[in-house]
Write a protein of this length. Structure first.
Length: 191
C-alpha cells in the first residue's frame, strides 16, 4: 500500500477508536478530488472545543512522536500538532472548532484507497475552501486541478457560502476574483 495511505490509516484508526470526529484535508484529499501530485505528509482536522485541545494533544502524544521541540506547547499555541506516524509519514493534526470545520467534517465521505480500505476525506468543495483560504501558490494550482477534474460536479453555492465569511475574517479581497477565474476554467464554454 502507498506509504501515505498507510500513515493516514494509522491515524484514522486512532481517531475512530476514540470516536473523534475528523477528516483528511490537504494533499491526501487532492489525490481524490484534484490532479494527483506528490505529497509527503498527511493533513487532517480533528474537531475539538476551544480550550479542550490539551486532552487531544496529550492522547496523541502518548501514541505518536512529535516532530518539533516541545510539540505540546507548539500545538496549544498554534492549534496544530506535528507528528511522526509509526510508518514514518509526517502527520499534521489541526484542531478544528469553527462552524465551517464542523460542517466540513459532517460532509466528509470515504475515499477508497484499495485493499478494501477507505479514508475519510473532506468534500471537493471544502478542499477548495481550505485551499483558497490558505492562498499559497501551491493551493491555487491545486484548486485549478480540482476545478478541471470535478468540472460541473462542484457545488459553487457551497463554496461561496462557506468561503466568503472566512475571507472577510482575514480581509482578503484578492481571493474572490482569482477563485472565480479558476472555477470558470473547469466549466465547459457555452455554445
Amino acid at each position: 500500500m502507498n506509504p501515505l495511505f498507510a500513515g493516514a490509516l494509522e491515524i484514522q484508526r486512532f481517531f475512530e477508536a476514540r470516536s473523534w470526529r475528523f477528516c483528511f484535508i490537504g494533499g491526501l484529499a487532492v489525490q481524490r478530488w484534484g490532479e494527483p501530485r506528490l505529497t509527503l505528509d498527511v493533513d487532517c482536522t480533528v474537531l475539538t472545543d476551544f480550550g479542550d485541545e490539551a486532552r487531544y494533544v496529550d492522547d496523541l502524544l502518548a501514541a505518536f512522536s512529535g516532530r518539533v521541540p516541545n510539540p505540546r506547547d507548539f500545538a496549544l499555541a498554534h492549534r496544530v500538532l506535528l507528528l511522526d506516524g509509526p510508518s514514518g509519514v509526517p502527520i499534521d493534526v489541526a484542531f478544528g472548532a469553527m462552524p465551517f470545520e464542523e460542517r466540513c467534517v459532517q460532509r466528509a465521505s470515504p475515499f477508497d484507497v484499495g485493499e478494501g480500505r477507505s479514508l475519510l476525506t473532506c468534500s471537493a468543495e471544502d478542499l477548495v475552501i481550505f485551499k483558497a483560504f490558505a492562498g499559497r501558490a501551491r493551493d491555487w494550482l491545486d484548486i485549478e486541478g480540482i476545478a478541471l477534474r470535478q468540472r460541473e460536479a462542484l457545488d459553487a453555492g457551497t463554496i461561496w457560502r462557506e468561503l466568503m465569511p472566512l475571507l472577510e475574517l482575514k480581509d482578503d479581497v484578492e481571493a474572490v476574483p482569482r477563485l472565480r477565474r479558476l472555477l470558470a476554467k473547469g466549466r465547459p464554454s457555452p455554445p
